[in-house]
Design a protein around this ligand. Structure first.
Ligand SMILES: Cc1cc2nc3c(=O)[nH]c(=O)nc-3n(C[C@H](O)[C@H](O)[C@H](O)COP(=O)(O)OP(=O)(O)OC[C@H]3O[C@@H](n4cnc5c(N)ncnc54)[C@H](O)[C@@H]3O)c2cc1C
Ligand code: SF4
Length: 502
């Protein structure tokens, strides 16, 4: 029985972040551990609702009230077990998820602040490590069936772990030099230190998952070869085709990049420094990866933009502007537009925003300005209004509102256009739809028989929690396809969408 007055006795509290002047001197995570006392107090706020809407907010169907109560009563081992029953990698979601479960928490309906579900989650995940490590699960007798997983992001890894635990022989193919997908080189260490990925990979390897890095499927090994070697293939190649703005004058200038080109390179520098090996100092066009002393302009308002902001400050940028096409969102939920328990459109400030920089809303770049040598020196922006007409976005610049912002380095973080066009697609007989994603049938198969798809490659650029949910569901479908005994959990079907007001 939960504490019925917990939320009345305790306010929502999160652990203090590391002080800004200290944390921008390194790349370590921003949040220190919360400590058991605080986390018990916060778990006590959970009402164990009869209909826990937090479940509906989370595509994994995490048993949130159960583990909140276990933490409240000190049942840490049982909490660890309960959390892992629905989520292969709570140490990733607990650190990185924007927490749609919290937006759906019933306390939010009553005018209270939601339970700190995500913080409780990460503390349980870290307790699992502290209380004996991520022990490999015993694996059943081999089924004699084998599966290739292409892509080692959270979707591919979740599927691989589920299938290995069902007794199938699983090989993960990754074209990069290291495993983890966007978790490895997309997301900076100040959000997720890479030891968390390595620890989980060691568990997967001990459970029998084989890894082959540096293998670009479709190029280094053909689809035909992979299909001859394995009974089923899961494509989990992500949605890494960055949106561009080729029509903007000056786009070809030196110093104007896709954000991911800069961010991945910056994260590689950090990884190399940690391992004591040299790293590239410049991008292919000669631009230094280090933003030290430079005026940085980031275009876009999402995760990628915020990660570039944090990286630029750690590199010692002289100044950073972050430009957003849309007006500044309200601080609180507009219930008429986004009623509880849907995901609200509100101003989201990441820890990176505390570290400096200026956010400029409702503006669009009119030109990247040349310094006369082919290098960008400024961006010319105009204030704009944005409206949707027949589903199309119409951006109108306000006359006389133009001005320049100094810029030595411009990072385009304006979204993704689905999975990359690459030889693998035609070889497996799959095509990109209008959104650049790959459609799946209700049994997660795409294209040819025995070829499955999951994660961002299927959904379009999304979230880690969705990637894990889709990886688990696709694994269940593959297990059934291979004639496996029993069923594996399938938290979502391919048509599942986030909670929305109808
Ligand atoms: C900068 C950035 C920050 C983000 N921050 C957050 C966050 O804070 N919270 C959150 O929830 N989500 C965040 N996201 C989104 C999240 O990272 C993705 O939704 C998630 O990683 C998708 O997982 P995935 O497994 O589908 O694909 P990915 O993680 O993209 O992995 C796909 C993998 O497939 C590999 N691959 C592709 N083609 C081939 C091939 N032919 N052969 C072999 N391998 C191949 C790629 O190299 C890659 O490693 C962020 C995204 C970005 C870009
Ligand atoms: S909706 Fe909120 S209060 Fe209710 S069970 Fe979920 S976390 Fe607890």
């Amino acid at each position: 029985m939960p504490d019925p007055n917990g939320f009345l006795r305790y306010d929502r509290r999160l652990p203090a972040r590391r002080p800004v002047p200290v944390r921008i001197m390194d790349w370590r995570e921003v949040y220190p551990p919360a400590g058991e006392e605080l986390i018990r107090e916060q778990a006590t706020r959970c009402m164990d609702c009869g209909i826990p809407f937090c479940h509906d907010g989370c595509p994994l169907g995490n048993r949130i009230p159960d583990w909140n109560d276990l933490v409240r009563t000190g049942g840490w081992d049982a909490a660890v077990e309960s959390l892992h029953a629905t989520n292969n990698f709570p140490e990733f979601t607990g650190r990185l998820c924007p927490a749609p479960c919290e937006a759906a928490c019933v306390l939010g309906l009553g005018g209270q602040q939601p339970v700190t579900i995500k913080q409780v989650e990460v503390e349980i995940a870290d307790a699992a490590v502290a209380r004996g490590g991520l022990r490999p699960q015993p694996v059943p007798a081999p089924t004699g069936r084998s599966v290739a997983v292409v892509g080692s992001g959270p979707a591919g890894l979740a599927a691989a772990q589920q299938l290995a635990r069902a007794g199938h022989a699983v090989t993960v193919y990754e074209r990069d030099d290291a495993l983890g997908g966007l978790l490895r080189y997309g997301i900076p260490d100040f959000k997720l230190e890479k030891r968390h990925i390595d620890r989980r990979l060691a568990q997967l390897a001990a459970e029998g998952v084989r890894f082959r890095t540096g293998v670009n499927v479709g190029v280094d090994v053909t689809a035909e070869e992979l299909r001859a070697e394995h009974d089923a293939v899961l494509l989990a190649c992500g949605a890494l085709q960055g949106r561009d703005t080729p029509e903007t004058p000056g786009r070809a200038l030196r110093g104007v990049h896709q954000a991911m080109a800069h961010l991945v390179a910056a994260n590689r520098v950090v990884a190399a420094a940690g391992e004591g090996r040299p790293a590239l100092a410049t991008l292919p066009d000669g631009t230094p990866i280090d933003a030290a002393g430079r005026h940085v302009v980031i275009i876009g308002g999402g995760d990628t933009a915020a990660d570039c902001l944090g990286a630029a400050h750690r590199q010692g940028a002289a100044g950073v502007h972050q430009l957003d096409l849309y007006p500044e969102p309200p601080a609180d939920r507009d219930a008429a537009r986004d009623p509880w328990p849907t995901w609200p459109w509100v101003l989201r400030s990441y820890p990176a925003h505390e570290e400096g920089g200026e956010r400029v809303f409702a503006v669009a770049v009119q030109e990247f300005v040349d310094d006369g040598t082919g290098q960008v020196r400024a961006v010319r922006i105009a204030e704009v209004t944005v409206e949707k007409v027949d589903g199309r976005r119409i951006v109108t610049a306000l006359p006389g509102s133009e001005r320049e912002i100094p810029a030595d380095l411009v990072l385009l973080a304006i979204g993704f256009e689905g999975t990359e066009e690459q030889p693998l697609l035609a070889q497996f007989g799959v095509t990109r739809n209008g959104r650049g994603a790959v459609d799946a049938r209700p049994d997660w198969q795409a294209g040819a028989d025995g070829v499955f798809v999951a994660g961002d490659m299927h959904r379009g650029a999304s979230l880690i929690v969705w990637a894990i949910a889709e990886g688990r569901a696709a694994a269940a479908a593959i297990h059934a396809y291979l004639g496996g005994v029993g069923t594996l959990p399938a938290p979502v079907d391919p048509a599942r969408q986030p909670l929305a007001a109808r």
